[in-house]
Design a protein around this ligand. Structure first.
Ligand SMILES: [Zn+2]
Length: 104
């Protein structure tokens, strides 16, 4: 179990007496502003969970430390950009097309 999953599981959306939806952490502390709709509160919960999961990690490629966005994020921005450029060049030479989008 990673800390990311733990943090996310602990956050909950609750309806307040005034009809707004707020995000609470595992200790019952309100961690968001009031939201008029549950969907908006759930989006806020996702954002908070992502922010909470950010931690300093060592880059898989160059061993530099960087601020990771979560368990999926194991390379520093520098190496990620290099890997993406490499993948871009490789796929461009194989398929002859320019891939749109890209890897985050
Ligand atoms: Zn790196």
């Amino acid at each position: 179990m990673t800390s990311y999953e733990t943090e996310q599981a602990r956050l909950t959306v609750r309806r307040q007496r005034d009809g707004t939806y707020d995000v609470f952490d595992g200790a019952g502390v309100r961690v968001s502003e009031g939201h008029g709709e549950r969907l908006l509160a759930e989006r806020a919960l996702d954002k908070i969970a992502r922010r909470n999961s950010r931690t300093v990690r060592e880059c898989l490629t160059c061993d530099d430390t960087f601020l990771s966005e979560g368990p999926h994020n194991r390379m520093c921005n520098c190496c990620r950009r290099r890997a993406r450029d490499g993948a871009w060049l490789a796929s461009a030479s194989v398929t002859g097309t320019r891939p749109s989008g890209g890897v985050s």
